[in-house]
Design a protein around this ligand. Structure first.
Ligand SMILES: NC(=O)c1ccc[n+]([C@@H]2O[C@H](COP(=O)([O-])OP(=O)(O)OC[C@H]3O[C@@H](n4cnc5c(N)ncnc54)[C@H](OP(=O)(O)O)[C@@H]3O)[C@@H](O)[C@H]2O)c1
Length: 338
């Protein structure tokens, strides 16, 4: 079997190495998963360039996101059977409840991830996926979709008729748009180009604001909500937009701070902006296995189809990274395996 490994910080052409191994045996509680597809997230770029706050294990198999079929199980496995379709959980040891520092392990970072023909996952690290999702669709769910899900559902509770604001057309924002529409909300999106605006409208966006044309877009967001502001803002960018996001939120709204990385030094907001609102800032960090299971169920029942930008063959994983790093994708970049 073949797996990609990260051999140090750098570019995909140098750092991503394909290696041959014997097919591993699952331990007593392990699942041997024939991986069929894996998907990229912004975190994988940060890990590749050694800019992610949680240091990766040397030679780790990258990518948290992947889906495959269980082909062998350990003697004590009770949660799955051979033939089940599964995805791995981003935080394998955070099964539910609150995240705590002793659970800090991540697939594709501190433990081997999904850019491999066969992965061994403990049975507690996986969630079943329905047949209605293709392998490429299922592979996109563990990081961006779960983050969108916890952003929308982890706070005070959105209600049908509420207004959600999303920023740009990255992976988290597209899932947030689709999930919020499925929850009966009105969705306002920002983006940077008319063709992307068209695609957001086709996905169900009610209003789209071009943030290049209107850099102070909070005024427009307030106007579109009759001066009230959005009930929930999914803030996927960071310091560059945080002030605008806070100004867009309703008096009792929520700004869910998703984006922003540790390399950006400050998150600033004018005191006057915060003083005139009672909005809450909430941070999410993807979600637990229970959140992943809830998200998979929501996707299956609502019929949401993840937006796929492109699918690369396993042998072209470096090209997939390169395409993703170029920043022009709309939807998930997926690597088909086998
Ligand atoms: N906290 C967590 O749990 C968590 C989980 C997942 C991701 N993240 C982080 O969340 C961020 C988003 O990740 P992602 O994978 O969804 O997307 P991404 O691929 O990083 O997003 C790229 C998109 O962001 C938009 N963008 C860039 N600058 C913008 C600006 N000034 N205003 C509005 N939109 C802007 C652009 O949209 P347009 O092309 O439409 O303009 C661009 O296409 C990343 O920083 C990622 O590391 C955090």
């Amino acid at each position: 079997m073949r797996s990609y490994h990260l051999t140090g910080a750098g570019e995909p052409e140098q750092s991503l190495r394909l290696r041959e191994h014997p097919i591993p045996e699952p331990g007593p509680t392990g699942l041997l998963v024939r991986v069929r597809a894996a998907a990229l997230n912004r975190r994988d770029e940060l890990i590749l360039h050694d800019r992610y706050p949680l240091p990766s294990r040397p030679e780790v198999v990258p990518l948290s996101d992947g889906a495959g079929e269980v082909v062998a199980v350990g003697a004590r496995v009770t949660r799955f059977r051979v033939g089940d379709r599964v995805v791995g959980s981003y935080w394998p040891r955070w099964t539910g409840g609150r995240l705590s520092t002793h659970l800090y392990d991540q697939l594709g970072n501190t433990v081997d991830g999904m850019l491999t023909e066969y992965a061994v996952l403990d049975q507690e690290w996986a969630v079943g996926v329905p047949d209605s999702l293709s392998w490429t669709e299922a592979a996109t769910l563990p990081c961006a979709a779960v983050t969108a899900w916890t952003s929308l559902t982890g706070g005070r509770g959105l209600r049908p008729g509420g207004t959600v604001l999303t920023l740009g057309s990255g992976g988290v924002s597209l899932f947030a748009l689709q999930l919020a529409k499925a929850m009966g909300c009105r969705v306002i999106c920002t983006t940077s180009a008319p063709e992307k605006a068209e695609r957001l409208l086709a996905l169900g966006a009610d209003e789209v604001i071009d943030y290049r044309v209107e850099p102070e877009w909070s005024g427009r967001a307030r106007e579109l909500t009759g001066g009230e502001g959005a009930d929930l803002v999914v803030e996927t960018v960071g310091p560059a937009t945080f002030e605008q996001s806070m100004r867009s939120a309703g008096l009792h709204g929520e700004v869910v701070f998703v984006g922003g990385s540790a390399v950006e030094p400050e998150l600033r907001i004018a005191t006057a902006t915060y003083a005139r609102t009672m909005a809450t800032v909430r941070r999410v960090f993807v979600g637990s296995r229970a959140d992943l299971a809830d998200l998979v169920r929501a996707v299956a029942v609502t019929g949401i189809r993840p937006v796929i930008d492109s699918v690369f063959p396993f042998e072209q994983a470096r090209e997939a990274y390169r395409h993703y790093l170029s920043g022009g994708s709309f939807g998930k970049v997926v690597i088909a395996i086998g």
